[in-house]
Design a protein around this ligand. Structure first.
Ligand code: PLP
Length: 511
C-alpha cells in the first residue's frame, strides 16, 4: 500500500510536498506554484472491465489511484454524495454520436455546464480532507466569477455541513440566465454579492482578501479558514480525469473502438483544466493519440502550440463562448512543468517571466515534447462557430452550445488537413439551453431576430425546445419561477466589510 502513495509537489520548487488531502485543502502551493502528482499511477485494469463500470465505479477507481491518502470508504462517500439525482441522467454523462464525432455530454448536472462534474464533488473532498487532517475550522470559500463557476460552486457547496461560500460577481457583467441562476440559489451557507466593477476588479479584490492577515486572524478567532474552489485546486482536476476513462469505456462498449485502440480528444479550452485532465488520463495509460486544444478568438493557446510563444499582451475579445474568454490559462503551468521534464526551476522561471512581461518562449526540446504528447491547437472564429452550430443541426438535428461548437469546428478543419484514422471524442461543455440566444440566432436567424431582436430569453428558450426536440432541462425550468433570494450589491472597497458582516466576525472599525 505504502509504495502506491502519490505525493504532490509544487510546480515551482523542489522542497514543497503535500499529500492529496493537504493539497486539496491548500488549493495553491505556498510558493505560488500548482500542486502536481510526482508520478502518474498506471491504469492496469482491462478495457473490457472499464466498459462494464458505472460512472461512480470508474470515479472510485481513478480517484483512488490519485488521491491515495483517502480511504475507499471516504471516496465512495464523496462520490455518492456528488453524483446522484442532482444529475438529470443516471449515467451522469453520456456519449452522443452525431456527424463526424462522439460528443461527451458533460452538462447534465445542476448548472448544465461541465464545471458541475468537479464542483459537485469538491465540497465533499474538502470536508473529508479537513476531517482527515484534524482541521476543525469551518471552511469558507471565496470566489469571484464571470458567470459559470460562481453558480456551479454555490450549487456544489449549498448546505454542505462545515462550509460557507461567498461569491462575488460583476453586477451587470454576466448573462441574464447566469445572473438569474445565481440570484435564485438556495442554501443557508450561501452568500452572493454583486459588485460595482468588472470581473477583474472582483478577482483582484478576492485575491487580496485571501492574503489579508487581519482578516485571517479574525477568521481563525471565529473558527474559520478560507479555501479556494478555483480550477487550479487538484480537487477539481482529479474528478475531471474520470470522465475520459468513462468515455473510453463507453466507446469500447459500443464497439466503436477495440479495447486498447486509440482515440483522439478535442476540448474547448479556456483555463486549460479540462484538456489537462485528458492529458493526465493519457499519462495514466489511457490510449489517447492526439489532444486537440480548441480556442475561440482569444487564441493565446493556439499561438502557443503553433509557435512556442505564450503572449497574453493582446486585446481581450468578447465572444459567444464567454467561458473561454481567457488570456491567462492558469493550468497551462502544469503542462509546462511536464514538458520541462518536471523541472520546477525552469517552470518557475517561465512563470516569473509571464508575470513580469506577459510572455515567455519555450525551448525547442519543450516544443518537441508537446508534439510527442500529441498536442495540436487551432481556433474557431465567431462566424465559424455559428456556422458549425447550424451545420451540425441541419445535418443531424443535434444542437451544440457555442463552446462545444468551437471544438466541433476545430475538429472538422483538422480532419480536412490531417489524415487521422482515430475516432474523436469532443468534450461537450454546456447545454445549448444555457446560451439559447446565440444558438437560436445561429440556427434560425430570422426567428431569433424578429421584433428587432427584442425577444425575451424565455421566448428563445421555448424556440430552442421546439427546434431541438430535447426536453428543457430542470435547471432552466426551475429558474423561471424561482424566487430571487439575493440582493446585496457593494462597492469594491467594501467587499472586506461585507465578508466580515456576513460571517459575523469583528464588529470594530475596519481599515
Ligand atoms: C469553463 C468552461 C470551459 C473552459 O474549460 P477550461 O477547463 O477552463 O479549459 C469551456 N466551456 C464551458 C461551457 C465552460 O464553462
Amino acid at each position: 500500500m505504502e509504495n502506491n502513495q502519490i505525493i504532490y509537489r509544487s510546480t515551482r520548487s523542489r522542497h514543497i510536498t503535500a499529500t492529496a488531502s493537504d493539497a486539496i485543502l491548500q488549493g495553491i502551493a505556498p510558493d505560488g506554484g500548482l500542486f502536481v502528482p510526482e508520478r502518474f499511477p498506471e491504469f492496469t485494469e482491462s478495457y473490457e472491465w472499464l466498459s462494464r463500470q458505472t460512472y461512480q465505479q470508474v470515479a472510485l477507481k481513478i480517484m483512488g489511484m490519485l488521491l491515495t491518502d483517502f480511504t475507499q470508504e471516504e471516496l465512495k462517500h464523496c462520490i455518492d454524495s456528488a453524483y446522484d439525482s442532482k444529475f438529470d441522467i443516471p449515467e451522469i454523462t453520456r456519449l452522443k454520436k452525431a456527424d463526424h464525432a462522439w460528443y461527451l455530454e458533460l452538462f447534465h448536472g445542476t448548472t448544465i455546464a461541465f464545471k458541475d462534474m468537479a464542483l459537485s464533488i469538491l465540497p465533499h473532498l474538502m470536508t473529508t480532507a479537513a476531517r482527515k487532517r484534524g482541521v476543525k475550522d469551518e471552511i469558507v470559500i471565496l470566489t469571484a466569477t464571470s458567470g459559470d463557476t460562481g453558480k456551479a460552486a454555490m450549487a456544489g457547496f449549498a448546505d454542505v455541513p462545515g462550509t460557507k461560500i461567498i461569491v462575488f460577481y460583476p453586477k451587470g457583467g454576466v448573462s441574464a440566465v447566469q445572473e438569474k441562476q445565481m440570484l435564485t440559489q438556495r442554501g443557508e451557507n450561501v452568500h452572493l454579492v454583486g459588485i460595482h466593477g468588472n470581473f477583474d476588479d472582483a478577482q483582484t479584490a478576492v485575491k487580496r482578501l485571501f492574503g489579508d492577515e487581519d482578516l485571517a486572524e479574525r477568521m481563525a478567532a471565529g473558527g474559520m479558514r478560507f479555501s479556494s474552489a478555483n480550477s487550479i485546486n487538484i480537487g477539481r482536476l482529479v474528478p475531471q480525469i474520470v470522465y475520459y476513462f468513462y468515455a473510453y469505456g463507453q466507446m469500447v462498449k459500443a464497439g466503436e473502438v477495440r479495447p486498447g485502440g486509440y482515440i483522439n480528444v478535442c476540448v474547448p479550452t479556456g483555463n486549460f483544466g479540462n484538456i489537462l485532465a485528458a492529458f493526465y488520463a493519457k499519462k495514466m495509460g489511457l490510449p489517447i493519440e492526439n489532444l486537440l486544444c480548441a480556442s475561440n478568438e482569444n487564441k493565446v493557446l493556439v499561438d502557443f502550440f503553433q509557435t512556442g510563444v505564450y503572449d497574453r499582451n493582446r486585446a481581450f475579445i468578447l465572444t459567444s463562448s464567454p467561458s473561454m474568454d481567457i488570456l491567462i490559462s492558469s493550468n497551462l503551468e502544469r503542462l509546462v512543468y511536464e514538458i520541462t521534464d518536471q523541472n520546477p526551476d525552469e517552470t518557475n522561471a517561465f512563470m516569473k517571466e509571464l508575470a513580469e512581461t506577459g510572455t515567455y518562449k519555450i525551448t525547442p526540446e519543450m516544443r518537441a515534447n508537446l508534439k510527442e504528447y500529441g498536442f495540436y491547437g487551432d481556433y474557431a472564429s465567431e462566424a465559424m462557430t455559428s456556422d458549425e452550430i447550424r451545420k451540425v443541426y441541419e445535418d443531424t438535428g443535434y444542437v451544440l452550445d457555442p463552446h462545444t461548437a468551437v471544438a466541433s469546428n476545430v475538429y472538422r478543419r483538422y480532419l480536412g488537413q490531417i489524415e487521422d484514422q482515430e475516432k474523436t471524442v469532443i468534450a461537450s461543455t454546456a447545454s445549448p439551453y444555457k446560451f439559447a440566444r446565440s444558438v437560436v440566432t445561429s440556427i434560425r436567424p430570422q426567428l431569433a431576430e424578429q421584433d428587432g431582436g427584442a425577444l425575451s430569453d424565455d421566448a428563445l428558450i421555448d424556440m430552442l425546445a421546439d427546434l431541438s426536440g430535447v426536453a428543457m432541462p430542470r435547471a432552466i425550468r426551475e429558474i423561471r419561477n424561482a424566487p430571487i433570494l439575493h440582493d446585496t450589491v457593494v462597492d469594491v472597497p467594501d467587499m472586506k466589510k461585507e465578508v466580515m458582516r456576513w460571517l459575523g466576525i469583528g464588529h470594530d472599525s475596519v481599515s
